[in-house]
Design a protein around this ligand. Structure first.
Ligand code: ACM
Ligand code: ZN
Length: 759
């Protein structure tokens, strides 16, 4: 009996192990997903007998690097032997066998692992796949992988000017990039808020330009601005930069340094004011935005300064490409600078746009004379591209398309999809971020190659890049939180074939990598499986709230009375019709336990819900609603203005009208206006409410002119006498331009309104 029991338990133990192994087999954890993954029978296990089998095609330094990387997992170093018949891991480079650049094959049997790279990079990427397979267990499935990248440029950017990060973090950042097969690190080294690279010829860049007097606290849209009063800064010495370049090179990563010009130059000008149009004095910016003070394009000594800086940059960085910025250069100082105007005249330039083009071309020529090439943000298209320049398209994809049509290379980095300084969750508890909303699903959904591209066009689209602007990332932990897991989606877009794209399989792998990152001490965000919602509204109907979660085998429970949800609350089975004003609270539950934070949504139900709305003129840009009924859907737009709720206009006269469809008694009219001067959102000069029974003759019932709040201004017309009305109209008269001295002066202000409530 005892014997039988033992046998059964041993058998069960084996079965469990087999089951665990088959789970491993079925779920390769590799990100980005390989071109081909074939699962075979059996497993390879690292044991005390396992060796690394030497092959002459691989350099000694690569062996020691691989050996060290494996030791982190195996704990003791695998010996390198010249001969072996089994229990080995073999690395080799063979461009005849693997024909695609950066490609590799990885054949794993029960006794051997054979990794072949097309080149050193391919070998390195195959090794990353192997490390990912080993990340959960030293027993790995027998399989065959054949893999190569979709794009030759796979980049991640990091801004170290707004916040400065130590070399140790830059190395950690590079490690993360390497693990996910990125091959380029775009190092944004200079900007208005601090100069971060040692230039020996110009010591004041280290002494002055590397520091700002203090830093803004909180989001720049909030007023008044508060500052921390603390001097902040730092820079990388040339020795540190060399150390980082060597570290990156070992990991198949090219570093592209960015030296910004002609804009984003305040820090440099604080040290060398003679290169600005007015001569200063200047100081490094202490808050975020775009500034008027830029390098003077009329002054030859500006170019000599920048060329000397570039000489040192070029001698440090072995890369083909030098990034010269070119974005967001405000040209107001050039307009009033006699030297800049003289340059325009002498060079027969049409305007300041052509002066910017002259600037970039002159610097480009210098860089070409040194055997290098330039990359610039898409503004370098304005006024004409310098020969052979590569364009980084950030204000959407149009700049990239334009460059490609001119037979220039382009890299897609559209802020709509791959700016990782934007929020990844709409939950109000989310830590402070820039403006937009770019959840993991949206990053993953991005397709870099436009549908109408020919194969010829596609050749010029060399790749994609994710950007990390660090205004709201004062710590490296915050950078990791904003970067991950969204950068994994970018890695997969950059490397994997588009036909391999599968969001739910990607999420399955991301969840595994969250665990891997935890063990590595990387602060990956954990919000992508939380509730996402949408509200649908149809004419004459009540709003319908749809909730969903990507969390597997989970349920959503919700309440309608504002209380906290639990597993005894209502189980979400179908979209919820919102019949009266209330707060919906919901949460995801897995095996009876709450996962993640509580979702919350307030609804305001009034007589205007679902009633036809018209706008004159039509709303614009990011604030064009998906449906005109957005202003009567029961949801009041919040200070997170990127949710699609706010409707925006850039016109001096705006009308919003709702048709209640029957004559009704009305006594209370409301609408909110969002004012953030630092987002170019301005109050109207006046807002007038009128009502009508027939849609022809309107009676003005209320005029509002006082909008004192930087944020949401509620405009509330409480009528002394209830009136009969079918049509309610709100007329806004707006300022024509943003006043002088204000952010975005001279440009068109936005009017943002939401939720037209009638009672
Ligand atoms: C940029 O985001 N200003 C390139
Ligand atoms: Zn000038």
């Amino acid at each position: 009996m005892r014997f039988l029991f033992l046998t059964v338990s041993i058998l069960l133990g084996c079965l469990n192990q087999l089951l665990a192994q088959s789970a491993l087999l079925a779920e390769p954890p590799i990100i980005p997903i390989p071109v081909l993954y074939q699962q075979h029978i059996g497993t390879f296990q690292v044991t005390a007998k396992t060796i690394i089998l030497f092959d002459t095609s691989v350099e000694d330094s690569v062996y020691s690097f691989f050996q060290q990387s494996l030791t982190i997992l195996t704990k003791s170093a695998l010996p390198i032997h010249k001969k072996g018949r089994a229990d080995y891991i073999k690395f080799s480079i063979n461009p005849q066998q693997i024909t695609e650049p950066e490609g590799y094959s990885l054949a794993i049997t029960s006794s051997t692992v054979v990794l072949v790279g097309h080149d050193k990079a391919g070998l390195f990427y195959g090794f990353q796949s192997l490390l990912q397979l080993f990340s959960r267990s030293l027993i790995i499935p027998a399989c065959f992988i054949k893999d190569h990248p979709r794009f030759s440029y796979r980049g991640m950017h990091l801004d170290v000017s707004r916040n400065f990060f130590p070399v140790s973090f830059i190395k950690k950042y590079i490690d993360i990039l390497a693990y996910y097969k990125f091959n380029t690190f775009h190092w944004h080294l200079t900007d208005d808020q601090g100069w971060r690279i040692e230039i020996k010829k110009y010591p004041l860049l280290q002494q002055i330009a590397a520091y700002r007097n203090e830093t803004l606290i909180g989001h720049k849209k909030e007023l008044p601005h508060h500052f921390d009063g603390k001097k902040y800064g730092g820079y990388y010495t040339q020795n540190e930069i060399k150390e980082v370049i060597e570290y990156a090179t070992q990991r198949s990563i090219t570093i592209i340094p960015e030296i910004e010009m002609p804009g984003h130059a305040m820090a440099a000008l604080s040290a060398y004011p003679q290169y600005g149009c007015t001569g200063g004095p200047y100081s490094a910016a202490t808050f975020w935005g775009i500034f008027d003070e830029v390098y003077c394009a009329g002054n030859d000594s500006t170019f000599i300064f920048l060329q000397n800086v570039l000489d040192e940059v070029i001698s440090l960085f072995p890369t083909t490409y030098i990034h010269v910025g070119g974005d967001e250069c405000v040209k107001t100082k050039w307009k009033s600078c006699p030297k800049c105007q003289k340059r325009i005249q002498i060079e027969h330039l049409k305007d300041e746009d052509e002066l910017q083009s002259y600037f970039i071309k002159r610097i480009g020529d210098y860089i070409y004379s040194k055997g290098r090439k330039i990359i610039g943000w898409d503004e370098i298209l304005e006024g004409g591209l310098p020969p052979d320049a590569t364009v980084m398209s950030w204000r959407g994809i149009e700049g990239g398309i334009d460059a490609i049509r001119q037979k220039h290379n382009a890299i897609m980095t559209p802020e709509s999809h791959v700016y990782l300084d934007y929020y990844q969750s709409l939950y109000p508890q989310e830590p402070l971020a820039a403006a937009g909303y770019t959840p993991l699903s949206k990053v993953y959904a991005y397709e870099p190659i436009p549908a109408d591209f020919s194969p010829e066009d596609t050749k010029y689209l060399i790749g994609i890049q994710g950007n990390i602007w660090t205004e709201y990332m004062p710590t490296s932990q915050k950078v990791e939180y904003m970067m991950l897991p969204r950068a994994l989606a970018i890695a997969e877009l950059a490397w994997s074939k588009s036909e391999k794209k599968n969001y739910s399989d990607f999420l399955r792998r991301v969840r595994m990598h969250q665990e891997i990152m935890k063990t590595k001490g990387i602060n990956c965000a954990d919000v992508f499986d939380e509730i996402t919602d949408s509200v649908t509204i149809k004419t004459d109907q009540l709003p319908i709230l749809h909730l969903s979660t990507s969390s597997p085998k989970s349920e959503i429970y919700y309440t309608l009375d504002g209380s906290n949800p639990s597993i005894s609350s209502l189980l979400y089975k179908a979209p919820i019709e919102i019949v009266k004003s209330r707060t919906v609270r919901a949460a995801v539950f897995f095996e009876g336990k709450q996962k993640g934070r509580v979702f919350e949504k307030d609804f305001h139900i009034s007589k205007s819900i679902g009633k036809p709305v018209s706008f004159t003129p039509t709303p614009k840009g990011n604030y064009k609603p998906v449906n005109n009924l957005t202003t009567v859907n029961g949801i009041v737009g919040t200070t997170r203005y990127n949710t699609g709720e706010w409707v925006g206009f850039q016109d001096t006269n705006v009308e919003v009208q709702v048709d209640l469809q029957t004559i009704q008694t009305v006594s209370d009219l409301r609408i909110n206006v969002l004012v953030y001067h630092w987002q170019r959102m301005w109050a109207p000069i006046q807002l007038v409410f009128s009502v009508s029974e027939n849609g022809q003759s309107f009676k003005e019932v209320y005029t509002h002119t006082n909008f004192p709040i930087n944020g949401i201004n509620s405009v509330h017309a409480s009528l002394q006498q209830p009136l009969k009305a079918r049509y309610i109209r709100i007329k806004a008269i707006n300022p024509a331009s943003i006043p002088a001295g204000e952010y975005g002066a001279g440009g068109r202000p936005w009017l943002l309104v939401d939720e037209f409530e009638v009672n």
